[in-house]
Design a protein around this ligand. Sequence first.
Ligand SMILES: Cc1cc2nc3c(=O)[nH]c(=O)nc-3n(C[C@H](O)[C@H](O)[C@H](O)COP(=O)(O)OP(=O)(O)OC[C@H]3O[C@@H](n4cnc5c(N)ncnc54)[C@H](O)[C@@H]3O)c2cc1C
Length: 392
Amino acid sequence: MPAHILIAGGGIAGLASALALARRCHRIDLFEQAVAFAEVGAGIQLGPNVTRRLQALGVYEALTRVAARPDALVVRSAFDDRELARLPLGNAMLRSYAAPYLCVHRADLHALLLAAVRGSGAVTLTTAARIGQVAARSQAVSVSSTDDRVWEGDALVGADGLWSTVRAKVLAQDAPPQATGHTAWRALVDMAALPPALRSTQVRVWLGPRLHAVAYPVRRGEALNVVVLAEAAPVGDARDWDQAASLSSLQAATGRTAAGLQALLEAVPAWRAWTLNDRDPLQGPAQMADERIALVGDAAHPMLPYLAQGAGMAIEDAVALAEALDGGDAAAVPAAWARFAELRWQRNAQVQARARRNGEIFHATGPLRWGRDAALRLLGARLLDVPWLYEG
Ligand SMILES: Cc1cc2nc3c(=O)[nH]c(=O)nc-3n(C[C@H](O)[C@H](O)[C@H](O)COP(=O)(O)OP(=O)(O)OC[C@H]3O[C@@H](n4cnc5c(N)ncnc54)[C@H](O)[C@@H]3O)c2cc1C
């Protein structure tokens, strides 16, 4: 008999896991603390390693209807807008990796996963259910919501994000996420509302001392996602992805930037901010699963956004989790979760470490910055391409 699996968290990791497991005929109960699944977030980049998984999950057609397919990644100096390096995306990614590089609004990705989960008929979704307690026994796992409802299943998947509650059941010793001292200012702008010179079909990145900015199209190119990351003292609630912010708070951290970037920043009508928190890279498989409980996505391995793979690794986890269990029953869960953790922890740790290192390189000052810019000018696409990641 297929397994009955409980999933805590209905973000990208939770929904992708529910879908992947439902496709293997398991029965799923998913619990989301939010009162409703709402349109939240901004842009997410999906490398070919991720779009390949979304093809396997059967949501690729839906994805292509809402995503943008940028033609190039172009890196410039935030000092003078000078181009430092360029990586062709578009057909070049298809040729190299047999899957496209796409940019999508998080809400659109979330909505298409939700529609597929609902369409599967195998997933019961319960909103307004914040999981507060977990009890694991040898044959079953039960979870209780903070308003004292209780559910029992054969296994539990902790997909409850950076501030995970389930994580404490897998890691006996753990510390809370640490503030990085970096803040992300985000905006979504109607492409048509921008002056033509500021519209673009590329992923544009500007690098400057202690800051970088990224802009790329989403929603079939109808909107531009703009993110600026800079060093700034944390403000507001660290758990809030969506704090009101202003250009003046952004520029207090960045100072004035090169004319091209500055014009874009000034054209943005409204900014939101979130302060970045992080955990050290995974140390071993025991940090991703214990008997009948597995962790996926940010609950296991939060990713700084400097390699644009947070959602990507969550989706990779989901596919690997379902493959590990395959058609197995309740008795097969502990071995399947152990296989999943063994398979996933090193890749996740590598991406976490590389994202951290990118943050240091992107924000470099002094001689390190000159060396970085020289290397980018010299090696160009060879530095920007990430075959070990995109082929995986
Ligand atoms: C509101 C929001 C907006 C985001 N916007 C962006 C963005 O614009 N760009 C970007 O790159 N990344 C964004 N992210 C992060 C990105 O989605 C994740 O880093 C990545 O997709 C991994 O997803 P995840 O499902 O592991 O974690 P998350 O996306 O954090 O999802 C975790 C889910 O679990 C729920 N949850 C948490 N605790 C409990 C609990 N105890 N019981 C039940 N449910 C619980 C949360 O409400 C959430 O829905 C956002 C995340 C959130 C939650």
